[in-house]
Ligand binder design. Structure first.
Ligand code: 13P
Length: 340
């Protein structure tokens, strides 16, 4: 894959009106999500749930790519078609989560470092053979008393950049995801300060590691009030702070920014994205790469029952359509009311 190919995949992932579905929950995370609907997490329940998502009729109008988990990229739909081919047949680009999770950072209580660099070059080659055209690596930054430390920010930024360089070498578009968590009592000002420091470190490492910004996507948190903060910033305040923070730290050469939802309600995640796109004037595409904000209503409608598949797919189609409208700044509360 040439440099131009990598850049064109990056641009296709943020094509007009489209965004990414993150369906790359690790075994631990999907178990937690299934527990919410009283469903056992088995290889087969995980497979059939992913089939519900990927075979939703018409979803390709709103979804450019899907991030898969290691188990899922090797699984198939009921008719025997491997999931990466199911997606590719609809013009949806298959991607893969390649980090192996955030672990406690030794010597830094309360902080985490993401693992997965050892053997990554070989794994990327295998995933490319299985059909993946892009990858994801998530770093986790916690806000609290005395944290994040500079050391934790820089260690995670260094790992993200090493991962991104290996992806581009392997012909895969890296999605670089440094997530500043919503958990905590901090206000939006503190979130903006920490997010800016993290992004500054990430792009400094990206440059040091000779990663082409044109052939990557950034997947950041939005700048929000902490979950436990008594004053919750409103939609326009969040949009303004997020765009300001990004414009100070993200090179214009990066084709797109695909937000994670981070535990916001599905509607609020859509409203925030919509408000940013309605403002206009930013140099990168502003899109979504949500897991929970796209899947919550789907999971709740499905509940593990075959009879609920049409309702679950309707819920997924609706959320994807709303977020697609938010890509143009054309989402409205009426869209929710019509669906209800
Ligand atoms: P959420 O949208 O649920 O935050 O998940 C996005 C993601 O991919 C986390 O790594």
């Amino acid at each position: 894959m040439t440099t131009q190919d990598i850049e064109s995949v990056a641009r296709a992932l943020v094509a007009e009106g489209k965004g990414i579905l993150a369906a790359d929950e690790s075994l631990g995370t999907i178990k937690k999500r299934f527990a919410g609907i009283n469903l056992d997490s088995t290889k087969e329940t995980r497979r059939s749930y992913r089939e519900v998502l990927f075979t939703t009729p018409g979803i390709e109008a709103f979804i450019s790519g899907v991030i898969l988990f290691d188990e899922t990229v090797r699984q198939s739909a009921g008719n025997g078609t491997p999931f990466p081919a199911v997606l590719a047949q609809k013009g949806i680009i298959p991607g893969i989560k390649v980090d192996t999770g955030a672990k406690n950072l030794a010597g830094f209580p309360g902080e985490a470092i993401t693992e997965g660099l050892d053997g990554l070059r070989d794994r990327l080659e295998e995933y490319r053979g299985l059909g993946a055209r892009f990858a994801k690596w998530r770093a986790v930054i916690t806000i609290g008393t005395g944290i994040p430390t500079r050391f934790c920010i820089d260690a995670n930024a260094h790992a993200l950049a090493r991962y991104a360089a290996l992806c581009q070498e392997a012909g895969l578009v890296p999605i670089v995801e440094p997530e500043v968590l919503m958990e905590g009592n901090h206000d939006i000002v503190r979130c903006e300060e920490v997010t800016a420091a993290v992004l500054k470190s990430v792009f400094s490492q990206i440059q040091e590691h000779r990663v082409m910004p044109e052939g990557m996507l950034l997947k950041p948190n939005m700048v929000l009030s902490g979950k436990g903060c008594p004053r919750q910033a409103g939609v326009s305040e969040v949009a303004e702070a997020t765009v300001r923070c990004l414009s100070r730290t993200v090179p214009v050469a990066v084709p797109g920014i695909v937000f994670l939802s981070g535990g916001q309600s599905p509607e609020l995640a859509t409203e925030h994205l919509n408000a940013m796109n309605a403002r206009g004037g930013h140099p990168w595409e502003l899109s979504f790469s949500y897991a929970r904000a796209l899947q919550e209503p789907t999971l709740n409608a499905w509940k593990g029952e075959a009879a609920n598949v049409p309702a679950a797919q309707k819920a997924f189609h609706h959320r994807a359509r709303c977020n697609s409208a938010a890509r143009y700044g054309r989402y409205s509360k009426e869209m929710e009311a019509v669906a209800a």
